[in-house]
Design a protein around this ligand. Structure first.
Ligand code: 13P
Length: 258
């Protein structure tokens, strides 16, 4: 597998953190640190809806791109509390996290809605970061590959080979999120390689080789370099460590040097 066939992407997922002034402060700290990644590693901050406009303004003219943390699949209508893809692109948002395990666990997100949201995002020109990952007991029952294959097939149902090149897949084992328990680099590589093989079966090898696959789950300044050294781990989706400029930058620099 040739990593140079695809873009390395380090994305922060801020989750439900930061007010607008705090968001601006964090982005102002991150910007100069990661400027050297331009053209080499894509750097993204996925922020709460209320911070999007502030974040887009704060990063204008820099190499830091902004993402949302979810998007609804309808264009408009009676969907109280939801935000459409057009609302995001109009602000200048480029990426969107879809199907995060916290959405699946706490908000009833299903593979069907993840698929609908992914297609709506792509149709509007947003780049989806589609999250997949197994629960601890699914890993213990030795069905990780079945779980991941099912998610990939359902989440990307009816997404064309051309469109899937604009999709980022984030492999986030649920047991590793916010727990401090990181998958070992070998475990991350094994599943990311399996995801790529699944993509090759659905599409073809060239298409699979072009898709960026991230690892997420307790990635931090101390373990990023090893995880990112693996041939199928093209980047990271980072929660806690993305809220500290220096830690996030260490991860970006690991990707730049990897
Ligand atoms: P942590 O890095 O805090 O474990 O979160 C990972 C995550 O869920 C990123 O989307």
């Amino acid at each position: 597998m040739n990593k140079s066939l695809r873009k390395a992407i380090i994305a922060g997922n801020w989750k439900m953190n930061k007010t607008r002034p705090e968001a601006k402060e964090l982005l102002d700290a991150i910007k100069p640190l990661v400027a050297n990644a331009e053209g080499n590693v894509e750097v993204i901050a996925c922020v709460p809806y209320t911070n999007l406009e502030t974040a887009v303004a704060a990063t204008a003219g820099t190499n830091v791109k902004i993402g949302a943390e979810n998007v609804h699949f309808e264009k408009s209508g009676a969907f109280t509390g939801e935000i459409s893809a057009d609302m995001l692109t109009e602000i200048g948002v480029e990426y969107v996290v879809i199907g995060h395990s916290e959405r699946r666990q706490y908000f009833g997100e299903t593979d069907e809605t993840v698929n609908k949201r992914t297609k709506a995002a792509l149709a509007a020109g947003l780049k989806p970061i589609v999250c997949v990952g197994e629960l601890l007991w699914e890993r213990e029952c030795n069905i990780t590959e079945e779980v991941i294959a099912r998610q990939i097939k359902l989440d990307l149902y009816d997404v064309s080979a051309d469109d899937v090149k604009n999709v980022v897949i984030a492999y986030e084992p649920v047991w590793a999120i916010g727990t401090g328990k990181t998958a070992t680099a070998d475990q991350a590589e094994e599943v990311c390689a399996f995801i790529r093989a699944t993509l090759a079966k659905i599409y073809d090898v060239a298409t699979a080789d072009a898709v960026t696959i991230q690892y997420g789950g307790s990635m931090h300044a101390g373990n990023a370099a090893e995880l990112l050294s693996k041939s199928n781990v093209d980047g990271g989706l980072i929660g806690g460590a993305s809220l500290k400029a220096a830690d996030f930058n260490t991860i970006v620099q690991a990707a730049v040097n990897g």
